[in-house]
Ligand binder design. Structure first.
Ligand SMILES: CC(C)(COP(=O)(O)OP(=O)(O)OC[C@H]1O[C@@H](n2cnc3c(N)ncnc32)[C@H](O)[C@@H]1OP(=O)(O)O)[C@@H](O)C(=O)NCCC(=O)NCCS
Length: 161
């Protein structure tokens, strides 16, 4: 994994989250072959979002996805989720799963619109502020095809391989 991509992901974490991932933990994941990262950049080559997921045998889990405030509602989040889903399926996953705050409407709507279904609820899983976690899963079928490339504004996806 290039250190430049790690720098991009670290900067995006700082920008998008009040409790960003610690740099050392991120580096550990970057060096772990079970983890996959995709960064998307705008037409001026600025990183505007990233997604990470990890896979153990046929089980894949999204760790995080974020898009900078200025770049939201332009399709980048959807493109990242689609790219991770395609990658997981190509790597032999039978499903892609995640945990999300039940009150995080943008994320829940994004996942629902990409075929994820709520398969469980962890009550009061999150604090500050308190919230339930939805366990959402997208199950792959042999016919699964994400139809990449529906995103506008010249956003491209850079993988970590
Ligand atoms: C969730 C997030 C990644 C979405 O990124 P995005 O680039 O804005 O998403 P997209 O433009 O691809 O939108 C895809 C779909 O998501 C849903 N969506 C996105 N933002 C929404 C909002 N503010 N309100 C309601 N639905 C929303 C819509 O269904 C949208 O489809 P549409 O535009 O055709 O209506 C972004 O809001 C974000 O970074 N949030 C903060 C970090 C976070 O919460 N990450 C999730 C952790 S599990």
């Amino acid at each position: 994994m290039s250190s430049l991509l790690l720098d991009d992901v670290y900067a995006l974490e700082q920008e998008c989250f009040s409790h960003p991932w610690a740099r050392e933990d991120m580096e550990d994941s970057f060096n772990n072959p079970a983890y996959f990262f995709f960064v998307c950049k705008d037409d001026e080559n600025r990183p505007v979002g990233y997604i990470s997921y990890y896979q153990i045998r046929d089980e894949a889990f999204i760790n995080n996805v974020c898009v900078t405030k200025d770049a939201r509602r332009q399709g980048a989040g959807r493109m990242l989720v689609q790219r991770a889903a395609q990658s997981a399926q190509d790597n032999g996953a039978s499903f892609l799963s995640l945990e999300v705050r039940s009150k995080n409407e943008p994320a829940v709507k994004l996942y629902e619109s990409e075929g994820f279904e709520v398969e469980g609820i962890r009550r009061r899983y999150y604090s500050d502020p308190e919230d339930d976690a939805f366990l959402m899963t997208k199950r792959f079928t042999p016919e699964f095809d994400v139809g990449l490339g529906q995103c506008g504004r010249g956003i491209t996806i850079i993988p970590n391989d």
